[in-house]
Unconditional design. Structure first.
Length: 439
């Protein structure tokens, strides 16, 4: 890079002491202050001479990493000598003069000093009364007020101790239906997909920290985002399936209506042709009755109605049969899952160390009976909501919900719905005021 040099000659701005006017362009140029620009050019030239512009050089050329250390440091600061803190020196300093004793003694002049207030007299209780002294003298002479009567002992130390009575086992005479179920003695079955026992309080990973590291937070954010995306795709697929199903149902209903309309139109044409032949034109009387014998169109209509009823009954029976088959399959699947869960729980009992790795992210089943397990709260803070101080951190979550869900996942409780008792209806009536009056 070429060195930028100032113009030859004097580098100072021209000084004009007597100047009639500064409004002209020439006068303005004479009085321009270029000292800052010249100083910057000089510093730039010095940096170029020393090896290049500092702002354009790499950090490795400007700084060096000292991995050896200064050899003179061990001499200045020996290994076994440590400098004490000023606070320790102040606490360790003790005065040569003994401190003033604050305790009061009987012979000290301090105890004789009073504040001028005469204390009230109190009865002394540290002496023996005359009555007690007389009683002690009588006891010393052998005169006791209370005599002790000795009786023969009834306990024989050499007698054989009787054997304790063995209580007979009590038999439960209650109804068997009211007894506790057999499963109450069994260990709970974990709902984890791996079959391992889930700890009561799960140990959070680094991504749950209020100030997490970037790789862990990014991995957790992408994982939760993928879950939400998959759930949205599933919802859209269900909506599309429902839409296609509704369109197919509407199409079939329209075709059925069109077929019924065509059938009614053909029947109306047959009826009209038959009436035209029988009436003989306008000479037919309006009071003429239709023949009692059914026409072919009426027979066809009755036949179609019966076939439709038979078809509906058959479809209903088929639907019930399919529901029963599905129920059987569901019962078999639940039984297989239960057996598998018991095997996994038995396997997990053998190794207690596996409890640390078990999580409730993936479960074997999300529904017990008619109730579904409550979803786990999304404990995730968006990137723009991350705080760098604990004072700005907002507490989230609910310990009661977490505890309840932990009991459900570990198999300690069964998910239930809150039952609300029906209250009796209040019947309100308006009183008829005219009944209060009598004539």
């Amino acid at each position: 890079m070429p060195v930028i040099k100032p113009l030859t000659g004097s580098t100072e701005a021209p000084a004009t002491y007597k100047q009639p006017s500064r409004k002209g362009k020439k006068a303005w140029r004479k009085n321009v202050d270029v000292t800052q620009v010249e100083k910057g050019l000089e510093e730039l030239n010095e940096e170029i001479i020393k090896g290049g512009v500092v702002a354009e050089r790499d950090s490795d050329d400007l700084f060096t990493l000292d991995t050896v250390g200064d050899a003179a440091n061990p001499k200045k600061f020996p290994k076994h000598t440590t400098k004490k803190l000023k606070s320790d020196e102040i606490l360790a300093a003790r005065s040569a003069i003994a401190p003033v004793d604050s305790r009061k003694r009987a012979g000290d002049s301090v105890s004789k000093t009073t504040d001028g207030i005469i204390a009230s007299k109190r009865q002394r209780t540290g002496y023996v009364t005359q009555k007690e002294l007389a009683r002690l003298k009588k006891v010393a002479d052998g005169h006791h007020e209370d005599t002790i009567e000795f009786s023969e002992t009834v306990y024989d130390p050499w007698a054989v101790a009787p054997e304790p009575e063995v209580k007979s086992e009590l038999h439960d005479t209650r109804n068997d239906k009211r007894k506790a179920p057999k499963s109450i003695t069994e260990k709970p079955i974990s709902l984890a997909a791996s079959g391992k026992r889930i700890p009561a309080v799960a140990k959070p990973t680094g991504g749950y920290s209020y100030n997490p590291s970037f790789p862990e937070y990014e991995a957790r954010l992408s994982e939760e985002g993928n879950k939400v995306v998959e759930a949205e795709k599933k919802r859209l697929a269900e909506e599309e399936a429902d839409r296609l199903r509704m369109e197919a149902a509407a199409r079939s209903a329209a075709e059925a209506e069109a077929a019924e309309a065509r059938a009614e139109l053909s029947e109306w044409e047959e009826d009209s042709e038959w009436e035209g032949v029988q009436s003989g034109g306008e000479e037919l009387k309006t009071s003429a009755k239709r023949p009692g014998r059914k026409t072919q169109a009426q027979r066809n209509r009755i036949k179609r109605r019966k076939e439709e009823e038979r078809r509906l009954i058959h479809e209903e029976k088929t639907k019930v049969r399919k529901a029963q088959l599905e129920q059987i399959k569901e019962i078999a699947r639940l039984a297989a899952e239960k057996d598998k869960a018991r095997a996994l729980s038995k396997q997990a009992e053998d190794s207690d160390d596996e409890m640390d790795d078990a999580t409730d992210d993936i479960l074997r089943r999300k529904q017990l009976g008619k109730m579904k397990l409550p979803e786990k709260d999304l404990e995730l803070v968006l990137p723009d909501e991350l705080q760098d101080s604990l004072r700005l951190l907002k507490p989230e979550g609910n310990l009661l919900k977490d505890r309840y869900r932990s009991l459900l996942v570990r198999g300690k409780l069964e998910s239930r719905r809150r039952t609300v008792k029906k209250q009796a209806r209040m019947k309100s009536t308006e009183k008829w005021t005219y009944k209060d009056f009598r004539i």
